[in-house]
Write a protein that binds this ligand. Structure first.
Ligand SMILES: NC(=O)c1ccc[n+]([C@@H]2O[C@H](COP(=O)([O-])OP(=O)(O)OC[C@H]3O[C@@H](n4cnc5c(N)ncnc54)[C@H](OP(=O)(O)O)[C@@H]3O)[C@@H](O)[C@H]2O)c1
Length: 221
């Protein structure tokens, strides 16, 4: 697979990824788009098609993850998360279905949708929306495009936190450890290799979803 890499602010990281992929003789192209600006995301799929020649897979991975509790949440907090985490994946997915005709879409969700995350309310609401959209799009875009979701659990520390954050929360995971990006990548590859799965959401979370994350306030304590 060759890769069209989307970035917004992390240009240097994106360039490093391009260089790494070149070592594997994988072609890659960088495309910048701010998902808060419709002029930048509306034609992202057609730009990708133009520079790569064809597209087969869309991975909706970009996400905003800011703290926010029900009592303080503003409409602006909600709009930001809904736009970047759910609206833009919908826009990109329907453009993909329209222009590419046959392919596979993977949406990155969050295992916390099996419970309530009282500390990140706008974020978790946006992932709920993307989860429902995953199933609706699977039906709407069938039979030519499959749409599935991966719901990661405890994988990487959020911005501003280090591995102590993961170590503290590991005890809440049934498998008593945190996952790593390879666990997510393997689940993505599994879905991409299978042509007969659509509308499915796979939790890659060491069993955390079985406990219904955060069924009370302060779930991280
Ligand atoms: N990390 C975990 O443990 C975990 C757990 C559950 C679910 N997930 C989900 O898995 C996915 C990947 O997680 P992650 O931790 O790797 O995500 P992340 O680093 O928090 O965010 C991924 C990327 O989203 C992009 N982004 C944010 N705002 C944007 C905007 N306005 N326009 C365009 N791009 C924007 C950023 O690109 P730039 O850096 O280029 O600005 C950022 O690098 C996400 O969907 C996340 O919700 C992750």
């Amino acid at each position: 697979m060759n890769v069209v890499i989307h970035y917004n602010s992390s240009k240097e990281d994106a360039k490093r990824l391009c260089a790494e992929l070149a070592d594997y003789e994988v072609n890659s192209w960088l495309v910048k788009a701010d998902f808060e600006n419709s002029k930048e995301y509306n034609n992202l799929i057609s730009i990708g098609l133009k520079i790569a020649g064809s597209l087969d897979i869309l991975v909706n991975n970009a996400s905003v993850f800011l703290p926010g509790r029900l009592k303080q949440m503003s409409f602006e907090d909600l709009r930001l998360h809904m736009q970047v985490n759910a609206w833009v994946p919908l826009v990109l997915s329907r453009e993909f279905a329209r222009l590419v005709k046959r392919g596979k879409i993977i949406n990155l969700l969050d295992a916390r949708i099996k419970g309530y995350d009282f500390l990140h309310v706008p974020y978790i609401l946006s992932k709920h929306l993307l989860s429902i959209l995953t199933k609706m799009m699977a039906l709407e875009f069938a039979p030519d495009v499959t749409v599935n979701g991966i719901a990661p659990g405890l994988i990487l520390p959020p911005p501003g936190k280090d591995k102590r954050y993961l170590e503290k929360l590991m005890k809440t995971v049934p498998l008593k450890r945190h996952g790593n990006p390879d666990d997510i990548a393997n689940a993505v590859i599994y879905l991409l290799k299978n042509d007969f799965i659509t509308g499915q959401i796979i939790n890659v979370d060491g069993g955390l979803h079985l406990k219904g994350y955060g069924n009370g306030p302060n779930p991280d304590k």
